[in-house]
Design a protein around this ligand. Sequence first.
Ligand code: ADP
Ligand code: MN
Ligand code: MN
Ligand code: MN
Length: 343
Amino acid sequence: YMKVLLEYVWIDAYQNLRSKIKILNSEKNNLELEDISEWNYDGSSTGQAEGHESDIIIRPVRLFTNPFHNVYYKGIGLGYLVLCQTFDKDNKIHPTNKRIGCVEIYEKCKEYDFWFGMEQEYIIVDKSGLPYKWERPDRVFNSDSYCSVGGDRCYGREISEEHLHKCLEAGISICGTNAEVMTSQWEYQIGAVDALEVSDHLWMSRYIMNKVTEKYECSVTFLPKPFADYAGSGLHTNVSTKEMREEGGLEHIYKACEKLRLTHKKHIDLYGEGNNNRLTGKNETCSYEEYKYGVRNRGCSIRIPLSVYNDKKGYLEDRRPGSNADPYVITSLLMESIVFQKL
Ligand code: ADP
Ligand code: MN
Ligand code: MN
Ligand code: MN
């Protein structure tokens, strides 16, 4: 037998990630999803069950190479990160499990060949809750930090880049990173891939981020507006259908923008806890009470990038989602509105 390390990861009731490790005796070296059994945990400690019958079932849905345990030694095989979804004791989809709904809409919209790219922003904070490595009140919280370099203004690159390397090692479709406007605020992008892949990969990338911070005496916050007077964090979601990417695509992009006007409230209500504190109309946002789209304009709900406008095809950027939103919910809503909303 070969010993294989399986790190099961799931989403709790508060949209935090949890995990536990199991060692599998396996005859095979390279495992597939079918080789990995379901497992369970105590839902009363994760906000997902009450009383004595508190078992929650976790079912594996996607495997990643484990960048935290990737060594072969003394009979220990390759490790995996195992992304799971949750079911209650009666085997019903747990209400906090939004993946199943996403799969349903994904199947219905397959012919549209949706692609998504998500920009995950976050702020690194130290143990006291202040921006990581922030020491000088005269040099903080301002745009000096955006895409910056230099130890006097750029804090947390060791975390951003370790995260990048670990995601690449895991096989996550990460496609870039940059320092953001606020001190110790960063972003990375996942995509462009289909709805299930972007969502699964984004959740696992958040897990990897949380785990990386453990080494550095800090943590990250995905709250959309943790510091009231400064830039918040979003989860800009770039989306396209096959039609939008082909000749004449711009017309389909405008049509989608008009449909999204009609479903604005439905989206806003599900775009992340506390996100309305971020969508104030300041700091490159559009107020949550308004819906606007435009070319190049970062004060809009939906932005059509200039390059897309010039090429007359491509994608649109939904700037409304907050950094803590559930990607299964965002992609579900976008597919549903763009395909099924009538004009
Ligand atoms: P911004 O200018 O808003 O900061 P970024 O470069 O951070 O843009 O992110 C752009 C995102 O758009 C990336 O995640 C990328 O994968 C995604 N993207 C690019 N082309 C498409 C497309 N055709 N459909 C969907 N997403 C796309
Ligand atoms: Mn970006
Ligand atoms: Mn950004
Ligand atoms: Mn953006």
